[in-house]
Design a protein around this ligand. Structure first.
Ligand SMILES: Cc1cc2nc3c(=O)[nH]c(=O)nc-3n(C[C@H](O)[C@H](O)[C@H](O)COP(=O)(O)OP(=O)(O)OC[C@H]3O[C@@H](n4cnc5c(N)ncnc54)[C@H](O)[C@@H]3O)c2cc1C
Length: 355
């Protein structure tokens, strides 16, 4: 096990801000993971699990603990089971690479999640979703180290408690599990089902293959600055900075009555409505390309807060607070931040687990 000291975390995240980790270990096997956690325990240090850093804002003071950078790799073994195919992917595998591998085999289930940055192990944490699909729909089980017992466990999809941008990993059991692999199941009989209007329009009257949808999703993402393309300024982001707020139908009605045009929304079930956070942000006076010092809003998507170059975490948080304040003032709706915060950023607590 190699222990690196005082490692700047900004370059390990897509937003590119934040201070250093006291210690960092690149975890390449389950044995290495156990060894690294034991090192942290011996020193009474908190640990933080880092994947691709694409849903993360690191505070300017960094993290006085051990960062476990998940780099467990491995080849994919597709297991044919009658009409289905099961495949276990290591936590450190690039997510988009995994999606591509499934689409190349003609498997439908995650093609709409193409182009989401980060690693396989990060996807169950917030149940990543896009263009009408959520990763929870194909996950069979998640293998993880339980830090409370130091045993490896297999958690079924039901045990993971998936909901919109939520699982036990980012809520009730936050900091308890380190995901080492995820097993997915694809039903061979399933045809591509397009639930997102933009995709439906693009493929009207056609039956696209998973590979065609994979490519279309990446193109759409690129147009919205939601695909990481090296060198493009808008890519210094953590994707959508705010979740789409779910409100009661009464709140939706109040906002609709006051709005000039139609208010975009999705039915969230149980009499609730999911509002488009991007619309709320725009209506509150922010626009694509908005700048506040070195922090700003993507020139292609109002929901992406970007590091315009050399921004501190404090500057990103100041812009976030301004957006939240103005949306609340205008609509009495509280926006909730999507990226995880690590470290000592203003008024924010660390999600790291204390061992
Ligand atoms: C341009 C862009 C577009 C994006 N688009 C989308 C989108 O469409 N939909 C969407 O849902 N998200 C999107 N995201 C957010 C992000 O890509 C996903 O949440 C991704 O799954 C995070 O994975 P990661 O490996 O980068 O995790 P990190 O950012 O490294 O970590 C995020 C959280 O997961 C935890 N974690 C990571 N790996 C593990 C593990 N192995 N075990 C336990 N905990 C772990 C971390 O501790 C942290 O709490 C986007 C981000 C960007 C930058």
């Amino acid at each position: 096990m190699t222990i690196e000291e005082n490692v700047l975390l900004g370059p390990l995240t897509t937003l590119g801000v934040g201070g250093a980790a006291k210690y960092l270990v690149r975890v390449r096997s389950e044995g290495g993971l156990v060894e690294a956690v034991e090192f942290a325990r011996a020193k009474a240090l908190p640990v933080f699990v880092l994947g691709g850093g694409s849903n993360l804002l690191v505070g300017d003071n960094g993290f006085h603990g051990l960062v476990l950078r998940m780099e467990i790799a491995g080849s994919l073994a597709f297991d044919e089971k009658n009409d289905a195919v099961e495949v276990e992917a290591a936590a450190g595998m690039d997510w988009d690479g995994f999606v591509l591998a499934t689409c190349e085999r003609g498997l439908s289930g995650v093609e709409c999640l193409a182009g989401i940055p980060g690693m396989v192990g990060g996807t169950p944490v917030q149940n990543v979703g896009a263009y009408g699909q959520e990763v929870a729909e194909t996950i069979v089980s998640v293998r993880a180290l339980d830090l409370t017992t130091m045993q490896f466990v297999s958690l079924s999809a039901a045990e993971c408690g998936f909901a919109y941008r939520r699982s036990i990993f980012n809520s009730t059991a936050r900091g308890r599990y380190v995901v080492t692999s995820v097993t997915f199941r694809f039903d061979r009989r399933l045809r591509v089902e397009l639930r997102y209007a933009e995709l439906q329009r693009r493929f009207e009257g056609q039956s696209p293959t998973p590979m065609e949808v994979y490519q279309a999703v990446r193109e759409i993402r690129h147009g919205k600055g939601m695909l990481l393309v090296p060198g493009e300024a808008d890519c210094r982001s953590a994707g959508s900075f705010f979740k789409n707020p779910v409100v009661s139908s009464a709140v939706f009605q109040r906002i609709s009555d006051a709005a000039e045009g139609a208010v975009p929304y999705w039915d969230a079930g149980e009499g609730k409505v999911k509002l488009a956070a991007a619309w709320l942000v725009e209506q509150a006076g922010f626009h694509k390309g908005f700048a506040m010092g070195r922090a700003g809003i993507s020139s292609s998507h109002t929901l992406a807060v970007v590091n315009r170059g050399g921004a501190t975490a404090g500057e990103i948080v100041a812009l976030r607070d301004e957006i939240v304040r103005r949306v609340e003032e205008r609509f009495s709706v509280q926006l909730e931040q999507e990226p995880v915060i690590l470290g000592d950023s203003r008024r924010l607590s660390s999600p790291a687990s204390s061992l």
